[in-house]
Design a protein around this ligand. Structure first.
Ligand code: TMP
Length: 208
């Protein structure tokens, strides 16, 4: 059977990395081979791009951001994601192209058609089957960002940027109700974990 490609999305501090680890462990216990990836980065060429995007010059323009995100993505798709899916494995990716639609498109204000064209070039036909959108209130995200010692270029953005990002995710979820599952992540870790497992196991069962 073809592999399963699942992406995680959400604003800063929504708990993606915690839940990806938990889901990977559970899937592995059930006998699946799981690749846990993150964007930008995840390959030898992608990691320096990640560093530039997160900690590079403040004046990096939105167009450059979009191209660098998708340069990293193009490499990740060809080097890791496609071979893993072809081998029937499960890929869990911390962010994928929805982040470019929301952060560079809605957040930075780039033309959505141009953003989509760049994404299409980078990913081709490698599309996630399931996207888990972890939603937390803006205030919670702000508190968690404020507690971080070493904030990156994105985390230093103003409130209006994050309001646009949040709205962007809501609109995207409404536009793709089958693929994108919005999850209330402002609950206990156990409750969110249970909800995620319900959705993922349902997807796996429907494929059998
Ligand atoms: P994170 O891995 O700590 O979430 O940092 C990645 C940052 O990059 C996060 O602020 C979201 C941003 N980002 C974009 O702006 N566009 C993208 O396409 C991706 C993948 C991430």
């Amino acid at each position: 059977m073809a592999g399963l490609f699942i992406t995680f999305e959400g604003t800063e501090g929504c708990g993606k990395s915690t839940h990806i680890k938990k889901l990977a462990a559970r899937l592995e216990t059930e006998g699946h081979t799981v690749h846990t990836l993150r964007e930008p980065g995840g390959t030898e060429s992608g990691e320096p791009i990640r560093e530039l995007l997160k900690h590079g010059p403040k004046n990096l323009c939105a167009e450059t951001e979009l191209l660098l995100m998708n340069a990293s993505r193009a490499q990740l798709v060809r080097e890791v994601i496609r071979p893993a899916l072809a081998a029937g494995e499960i890929v869990l990716c911390d962010r994928f192209y929805d982040s470019s639609i929301v952060y560079q498109g809605v957040g930075r204000g780039l033309d959505p058609k141009q953003v989509q064209r760049v994404i299409d070039f980078a990913v081709g036909d490698t599309l996630p089957e399931l996207t888990l959108l972890l939603q937390i209130p803006l205030e919670t995200s702000e508190e968690r960002r404020a507690r971080r010692a070493d904030t990156d270029r994105f985390e230093q953005s103003d409130r209006a940027f994050f309001e646009r990002v949040e709205q962007g995710y809501q609109d995207l979820a409404a536009a793709h109700p089958v693929r994108i599952h919005a999850i209330n992540a402002d609950l206990s870790i156990e409750a969110v974990e249970t909800e995620i497992w319900k959705i993922v196991s349902n997807t796996l069962n429907n494929r059998e």
